[in-house]
Structure formats: C-alpha cells, structure tokens
Design a protein around this ligand. Structure first.
Ligand code: PLP
Length: 471
C-alpha cells in the first residue's frame, strides 16, 4: 500500500494505493504524525508527495532488516570508513567521472591514482603507463581480458592465422571471469583444482595453453581459499612452454584483494610488473584498497599493451582524453576517496592497517584450529588477512552449513560453500578480516563459535543430537 497525503488533508483510505490523513505539523512526533501509519509502496509508485522525514525513517527502519555490514565476515569489501571519507563522498555526490571537461580536477585525481598504483605495482613506465578506474574488479577484469583478446587477434591476423577460437586459461576464478568469457565469446579453460591445492599450480599449464590462448589469469587472493597463486612460478612455467613450443602467452593478474595487501605485507613477493610476463593487473579499490564501495582499477604494463582501437576519447579541458570503460556515467566520489586514503595513510598507514588485519587473522586461525573440529585450509599466513577451513573428515553430527546458521542467530555472517568443480565435495568456511574488524570483535566471534559448537553437539535442550538427531 502506498503512503501519501490527500490534497484535501482529510482522512481517506484507498485500498492498494494509500492511507493518508491530516497534514503533519513540523513539531509532530514522526511516529505519531499522520503519515506514520502508512506502509511503503511495494510495487507501484505512490501518486502523491509525502513528508521526507517519515519516509526516511521508514526506509531506514526497513534497511535494519539487512545484515549488519560489520558482522559480515563473508565480504572482502570495505565496511568501515572515516568521517572524512563520508564528507568527501557527500561533496562529490553530483560529480560524474565521465565528464572530464566539467570536472577536470576529479579526472586529474583519477590519473594520479593510476600513476600511484603503477608505481606501487612496479610498472617499468609508471609515469606514462595507461590505466583507469572502474566500478570494481569485475569491470577492470573485463577490460584486461579485452585488451588481451585484441592483442592476440591482431597477432593472429598479422600471421595470417584464424582468430575465431580464443581461450583463456585460469584456476579457480571469481565469477567475473566466467562473465568475461561468456559476454565476449572466449572459451574459459578452467584448470581443475588439485587435491590440497589452494589455487592453480604451474605444472598444470602445459596441458591447457595453446596457440589460441589469449592469456593466463593468475589470482592474488583466490576467492575460495584466500591464498595467492604463484605468479612468478606460473610465469616461469610459461617461459618454459615458450622455449619448447614458441607460444608466447601473457599473464593478467587478478589482484582484486591482493593488489592492496601484497605491496605492504609481502613486498619481497614478485607478483606484479616485476614479472616480465605480467601485462595487466586489476584490483578492487573497495576491498583492501579501503575505499568505499564502487571503485576498481586496471593498469597495463605500458601503453603498448592496450590496443588503440579499444580506446575512445572524451572532451577534456578543450582537448580530448582517452577513456576505456564499459560504463559511461559513474560517480566520482569513490575515486576521490581512494585518493584521499592514499594521501592520508601513505604506505606506512596501509602497511599498519593490513598488518593489524593479518595479525587478527593469524590469531583467528590459531583459535579456530584449537576449537577441535576444523582443519585449516589457509591459516592467515602469507596471503590475505583471512582464514579458511573445513570440518575434519571424520567429523560427524553437524555440517558447516549448520554452523553458519547458528552463527547467524547472533548476526555473524560466516559463509559455507563448496570448493569449485572437481573438489566440490569439500565444503569450506571462510572469515575475512578487514579494516574495522578488530581483535575484540574477533574474540567475540570465537566465543560465539564455542557456544554454537556446544549447542550443535548437545542440541538446544541439552539432549545429544547424534546419532538420533531429528527436528
Ligand atoms: C572480488 C573479486 C572480484 C570481483 O571484484 P568486484 O570489485 O567485486 O567487481 C574479482 N576477482 C577476485 C579474485 C575477487 O576477489
């Protein structure tokens, strides 16, 4: 039923369209004023105008039914921001990223962020490289994939060879690569996950790459396990394949999470443009980049790796500026907030934030391991600030899905899901530690896990649930 007020200001009820009574006065209590007994429309735009205060409170109350973002341990995305970030977002609410001419300073800030990232990821040409902001890693991955597809096709055409059956080789990828493959007509060659592996292993490549391979995607921070795939070793294996077969296969690194973790926590790890075969990198500014939701990045090794005919130009200060994007209009606030965070935290600040998260993740790993029924798949050491684990194979009485449900009673969102095909008989649970999740919150989670395990093993009434468990 819609909520609105009649022009006459008299009480009137019309089924399916609304409830309205006398006009409120500014000093009415919101929950006692006439429009407060209405119900927000579920399917049809209301006919009339309503007091913004009342609608605001009702929409806000409805949103309370959502999970609490800070207890959402399933997401990699930012759930905590400083007031300064909120203020900048507010200032930028009307800035459109595509209007380079109207908002040249926002465009300049985006370009600075690209240079900062190219430098952070050790581009050989950080001042002149090419890259851009996107709505997230998904769009960034598509752009990286398209550039590889274009370059592969150009080479095939130069060589007079058919260019109609491109394929992309990868391990357990995030769904954005499945979308890329389907939307842009590329065969996705998913290399099966080996037993006890947390990602693609280099020795598996030779069976999958061929002359139609546009590239290999290596993931820095596998969604399922949170571990890094070994980019340098994958690259070295492709060197061996090139020596043996002549195939020159580029690597794109999907560093959605790891791109903002590895430079600070694992600076010695060579996964970025230091590895010669890496032609492009994507990362999510809104994950460990700490920016609010809605920003990703893609950077190419150098301008040569982004084919010209993928680039369009938009007006910019009376001239034109190259752009490469799937979207047109897009908010500018997230990019500005990203720049603010780079300036405000600096390398030291990012390192300290990620170190604190990683220390809490390691602590969680130890605690979870000590609980008894779990085998850690990833213990929070060496890759993302997170842990993933399975139930011990001989464990019976409850599943990880039961535990997910029990934890949800206290508001915790800890997902359980099967590993990708070939190992989908293994169910894992994953906890991500992000900026804003402190040790205290983590210790509350552990206390609740203990209570849940207790309840799952004895049942709510204290009666054993196993072996004669039934509802
Ligand atoms: C999150 C994620 C993506 C998708 O990123 P969005 O920023 O959510 O679009 C892609 N790849 C990996 C490895 C991810 O973790």
């Amino acid at each position: 039923m819609a909520l609105h007020r009649s022009a006459k200001g008299t009480t009137e009820v019309k089924a399916g369209t609304g409830v309205w009574r006398d006009a409120p006065t500014p000093w009415d209590d919101l929950f006692a004023e006439p429009s407060s007994d209405g119900v927000l429309s579920r399917g049809r735009m209301p006919e009339r105008i309503t007091d913004p205060r009342a609608v605001f409170e009702m929409v806000r109350a409805e949103l309370q039914l959502d999970g609490n973002a800070s207890q959402n341990l399933a997401t990699f995305c930012t759930t905590w921001s400083e007031d300064e970030v909120r203020r900048l977002m507010d200032d930028c609410v009307a800035k459109n990223m595509i209007d380079k001419d109207e908002y040249p300073q926002t465009a300049e800030i985006e370009a600075r962020c690209v240079r900062i990232l190219a430098d952070l990821w050790n581009s050989p040409a950080e001042a002149t490289t090419i890259g851009c902001s996107t709505t997230g890693s998904s769009e960034a991955a598509m752009l990286g994939g398209l550039a590889m597809k274009w370059r592969w096709r150009q080479r095939r055409e130069r060589e007079g060879k058919p260019a109609d059956r491109p394929n992309l080789v990868c391990g357990p990828i995030q769904v954005c690569w499945e979308k890329f493959a389907r939307y842009f007509d590329v065969e996705l060659r998913k290399v099966p996950l080996e037993k006890d592996a947390t990602g693609l292993r280099p020795h598996q490549l030779a069976d999958h790459v061929d002359e139609n391979t546009i590239g290999v995607v290596a993931i820095l921070g596998v969604t399922f396990t949170c571990d890094y795939e070994p980019v340098a070793e994958i690259s070295a294996e492709l060197d061996r394949i090139q020596d043996a077969t002549g195939l020159d296969v580029p690597v794109h690194v999907d560093a959605a999470s790891g791109g903002f973790v590895a430079p600070f926590l694992h600076p010695g790890l060579e996964w970025d443009f230091r590895v010669g075969r890496v032609v492009s990198i994507n990362a999510s500014g809104h994950k460990y980049g700490l920016a609010p939701l809605g920003v990703g990045w893609v950077v190419w090794r150098d301008a040569e790796h982004l084919p010209d005919d993928l680039v369009f130009s938009v007006d910019y200060l009376g001239g034109s500026m190259p752009t490469f994007a799937l979207n047109f209009s897009r908010p500018g606030g997230e990019v500005v907030a990203q720049y603010y965070l780079f300036q405000r935290l600096g390398r030291e600040g990012y390192r300290r934030v990620q170190e604190a998260c990683a220390a809490t993740a390691r602590w969680l790993g130890e605690q979870i391991s000590a609980l008894g029924p779990f085998d850690l798949l990833y213990d929070g050491r060496g890759a993302l600030p997170a842990v993933s684990y399975t139930l011990k194979p001989d464990h019976t009485g409850f599943t990880l899905y039961d535990l997910t449900e029990q934890l949800r009673v206290r508001g915790w969102q800890v997902p359980s899901y099967p590993l990708p095909a070939d190992r989908d008989d293994t169910v894992v649970q994953r906890v991500l530690v992000r900026h804003g999740i402190g040790r205290d919150e983590a210790s509350l989670l552990i206390e609740d896990m203990k209570r849940c395990l207790q309840r799952l093993s004895t049942g709510p009434t204290g009666a054993p649930t196993h072996p004669s468990f039934h509802h």
